[in-house]
Design a protein. Structure first.
Length: 406
């Protein structure tokens, strides 16, 4: 019995090499002197941190790419023609966009630049047809960007603008139904935009919270933020939950982390960001990990440290009752495996396969034109347990299974 228990322990121990939920791990610092008021986004497995600087006079138009596979930073081609700070950004169809901010000559900006990571080239697009501004905020809803707020010469904006890349055009939408805001909090969940907080004309940080429904161009007020006020926080969405981290409230920086659940309009406090309290930091999401860093501390010192966060609420995979059997072999696999379907009548169908890791995060999706000759290639999938969902192109058949990569 003692031998059996020892053997079981040896088998189970490797499971714990994965980061524990609701924890932070420090990663490689950014290779510069620190960035305040930068912007960030993620595309195709890489994180990108753009613009920002140690102050307005030193702001840049650099792009830094983060590779989580080796925890390394590399500089890319600059975006735009001039450095800027306190801009805003968004991603649509694998392309990154940066707009607004203030340049090193203290000139407010409203130009729009698009960055293509596949060519490492940026091109200018249609300028925002409104006042140049600093400290605006953006979310993406149904492949359209929505830009809100910002400050223009001590005037705080509450106008909302929609940008559609298909026509490269801006359209004004319903104004934010409260006072104008500088550096408001924002994220999108399930094609609903959420905005709130920020600093208004009283120069006090606010804590009201609103949702925007783009389908009918309406605003609805929600429960307030769980703090007395907040602006300049790093915001992100993962697993259909929204988060804000750090930011400032009435001249005091913070490092707290709060999670928002839109299903019941509630906030829950999570593990605080390690290191200094900060504002004007950035965040991006890669797979099921969040990366937060840079910004400035209470004394105005620029920061360059970066941290990885593992969320503690993971979207599960809904169990599917198969109406047909599938087989994957070999299983466990090392480099490749063949997927077969039992029912002959479905073998000429066009299939779509979705692969999820053990956290329930979608890591791959493919179209299968010929199931009889389909080979699953391991590629960049790491070792561990995976689940797959197989369905016909017309959703006439859905089945699922699991496999292990060694």
């Amino acid at each position: 019995m003692r031998s059996t228990l020892i053997l079981i322990t040896c088998i189970i121990l490797p499971v714990y090499v994965f980061a524990q939920p609701n924890t932070w791990i420090q990663k490689s610092d950014m290779p510069n002197n620190g960035l305040v008021g930068a912007v960030a986004f993620s595309i195709s497995g890489y994180g990108y941190v753009c613009t920002g600087g140690t102050d307005v006079d030193s702001c840049t138009n650099h792009i830094w790419r983060y590779d989580p596979s080796n925890d390394a930073w590399s500089q890319q081609t600059d975006i735009g023609s001039v450095g800027r700070i306190a801009a805003t950004s968004f991603v649509i169809a694998g392309l990154g966009y940066v707009t607004c901010g203030v340049d090193r000559n203290s000139v407010l900006k409203n130009d729009l630049w698009r960055y293509d990571p596949t060519t490492n080239i940026s091109v200018q697009k249609t300028t925002l047809p409104s006042d140049a501004r600093v400290g605006a905020s953006c979310v993406v809803i149904s492949s359209r960007a929505y830009l809100l707020g910002g400050e223009k010469d001590a005037d705080f904006c509450n106008d909302l603008w929609e940008y559609f890349p298909g026509s490269n055009a801006w359209t004004q939408k319903a104004d934010f139904p409260a006072s104008g805001r500088f550096s408001p909090l924002s994220f999108a969940i399930n094609n609903i935009g959420y905005f709130g907080g920020g600093t208004d004309t009283s120069f006090e940080s606010r804590n009201d919270w609103w949702k925007y429904n783009a389908s009918n161009n309406t605003w609805t007020q929600l429960n307030d933020l769980p703090v007395t006020g907040r602006a300049g926080a790093a915001c992100f969405t993962i697993n259909n939950l929204g988060y804000f981290c750090g930011g400032y409230a009435n001249n005091s920086d913070n490092n707290d982390l709060w999670r928002y659940n839109p299903a019941n309009d509630t906030w829950t406090q999570k593990a605080a960001l390690p290191g200094s309290a900060r504002d004007l930091a950035v965040a991006f999401v890669l797979s099921n990990k969040v990366y937060v860093g840079s910004g400035e501390d209470d004394t105005g010192n620029p920061l360059r440290d970066f941290y990885e966060y593992t969320a503690d609420t993971i979207t599960g995979i809904q169990d599917i009752t198969p109406n047909v059997k599938t087989f994957m072999f070999p299983n466990p696999l090392h480099t490749t495996a063949k997927l077969e379907i039992e029912n002959v009548q479905f073998r000429n169908e066009v299939f779509e396969i979705e692969i999820y890791n053990s956290f329930g995060v979608l890591v791959r999706a493919e179209r299968i034109l010929d199931i009889a000759s389909y080979i699953l290639h391991r590629g960049d999938l790491t070792g561990g347990l995976y689940f797959y969902k197989l369905k016909t192109h017309k959703d006439e058949l859905t089945c699922s299974g699991k496999f292990v990569i060694e």
